[in-house]
Design a binder for this molecule. Structure first.
Ligand SMILES: Cc1cc2nc3c(=O)[nH]c(=O)nc-3n(C[C@H](O)[C@H](O)[C@H](O)COP(=O)(O)OP(=O)(O)OC[C@H]3O[C@@H](n4cnc5c(N)ncnc54)[C@H](O)[C@@H]3O)c2cc1C
Length: 444
């Protein structure tokens, strides 16, 4: 018997893979299947961003005199419809998981102490245990943080109405995505970033993102000191380079990253942030106990969580799989989709072009917001060292490019590439350009 704690992307992938390979598997999920990805993360951002982009496109066409009106958003109805669809998807996941032969226990807290798994205090005999309990929002413990009017991705669906003025706490991808959504819905948005905004992204991506977030006031190198208000949040106190300042608002939204959820794990080695320490086979410090997904720390991404779940399951099945983190693509959804994947290569030379007119960008030509593509290439070998792209389908482009990079397929192969047309992708044209230069020996 194998016990899996947590039915998010990591736990579900592991459980299904094991069950399909003939193992007896019990998955313990204290909430609903789908984890944060479905209920508070990726799918929630899709739901809100899809509506925001439609609004943004409509506004753009209105500004060009093509549409006569801009629709008003019905925010509470949007949240209710989103919940209905999330519940429907959770039902599909339940069917799929049971269909694979996994036994699911809902509504119970699992716990692991050393090699023993417990469910609601009762010990469950198991040959192997997989910890996939995920993560939860990193909420700064400042005065006033528990006031009504302070939300996180886990409580956003309880917002009673569209905020008029919102402070978003966080300076990474998650914070940027929510800033775009609320800005597009018409709220006044302030964003507080503890360091530089989107600091881990390519500078070209940062500058385009800032342009798209022109309606958001971004405070960099500032930290939140307190949420002010008597009965509900009415403002935020900040400490920045110029001292203490205040911002008034009716809503505060915490989007400051995720902490591993490992408080129910004892007797197993953890890192300084509570992450369960694993090797590349997803083995913990205790024999026959594996961990995968967000509970093991960064990168905290659904595809990584799923693949870690797969690797843990493969090793339980005795097939010696290793996790490889070298080519992980990432994305960010604003008006454009942003995506990137990069490996270190000091010899790489960068090339970039503005995004072409195509599906999803034609009406952005007048505003110059068609996105862009940038690639890094080693001129000697033609190795592709990175791509950074902002385009309507950037995520898809980056995922396939990351795979080509992992397979060692460099730009030279793009001599033979035939694209579909029209498409709003500038990456392939850059690759063809560089391939031609390498072939002709005219790189410099
Ligand atoms: C706002 C937001 C946006 C995001 N956007 C993206 C994105 O665009 N792309 C991307 O790749 N990733 C994104 N992520 C991250 C992604 O959601 C996570 O990486 C992914 O969900 C991790 O999967 P997991 O299975 O490890 O954990 P989780 O999804 O956290 O699932 C863990 C599950 O374990 C259950 N559980 C916890 N404790 C117990 C217990 N003691 N007993 C039983 N069950 C338990 C929980 O109820 C939960 O269902 C986003 C996250 C957030 C919050």
């Amino acid at each position: 018997m194998i016990i899996v704690l947590g039915g998010g992307p990591a736990g579900r992938t592991a459980a299904i893979h094991l069950a399909l390979n003939g193992e007896e598997v019990t998955l313990v999920e204290k909430g609903e299947l789908g984890g944060q990805c479905l209920h508070y993360g990726c799918m929630m951002v899709c739901a809100l961003n899809d509506a925001a982009r439609v609004h943004g496109n409509t506004r753009n066409l209105h500004d060009l005199g093509i549409f006569k009106t801009i629709p008003d958003i019905n925010f509470t109805h949007l949240l209710a419809q989103m919940k209905t669809i999330q519940t429907k998807i959770a039902g599909i996941l339940d069917e799929e998981t049971r269909g694979a032969g996994v036994n699911i226990i809902y509504g119970k807290e699992g716990r692991v102490v050393g090699r023993s798994a417990m469910v609601d205090g009762n010990q469950c005999p198991a040959d192997s245990v997989i910890i996939a309990t995920g993560s939860s929002p990193n909420v700064p413990l400042v005065p006033g943080i528990t006031l009504p009017g302070v939300f996180s991705p886990h409580t956003l669906s309880q917002m009673p109405s569209l905020p008029e003025e919102i402070v978003i706490v966080g300076g990474g991808i998650m914070a940027a995505e929510f800033a775009y959504i609320f800005q597009e819905f018409g709220a006044v948005v302030h964003l507080i970033s503890r360091s530089g905004f989107l600091k881990s992204l390519d500078p070209k991506l940062i500058s385009l993102a800032k342009k798209e977030l022109e309606g958001t006031r971004i405070y960099e190198n500032c930290r939140i000191e307190a949420v002010d208000g008597r009965e509900k949040a009415e403002g935020v106190r900040l400490k920045g380079e110029k001292g203490i300042s205040t911002i008034s608002c009716d809503t505060v939204f915490i989007a400051a990253g995720l902490n591993p959820r490992s408080e129910m794990i004892d007797g197993i080695r953890k890192g300084p942030h509570g992450e369960v320490v694993v090797d590349r086979q997803m083995r913990t410090s205790v024999r026959d106990v594996f961990a995968c997904g967000d509970v093991t720390g960064s990168p905290q991404l659904t595809p990584v969580a799923r693949h870690e779940g797969f690797v843990a399951a493969e090793n339980i099945l005795g097939r010696e799989a290793l996790m490889d983190y070298t080519h992980i693509p990432q994305s960010m959804s604003l008006f454009n989709e942003y995506a990137f994947v990069a490996v270190d290569n000091p010899c790489a030379i960068a090339f970039s072009v503005p995004g072409p007119a195509g599906p999803g960008t034609f009406w952005s030509v007048p505003s110059g917001m068609t996105g862009f593509a940038k690639v890094g290439v080693d001129p000697d070998t033609g190795e592709l060292c990175g791509i950074h792209v902002a385009a309507p389908s950037a995520g898809i482009i980056a995922a396939y490019q990351a795979f080509l990079m992992q397979q060692g397929i460099g730009v030279k192969a793009f001599d033979e590439f035939i694209e579909v047309h029209p498409m709003a992708d500038g990456v392939y044209s850059l690759m063809k350009f560089v391939a031609e230069k390498i072939r002709e020996g005219k790189f410099f």
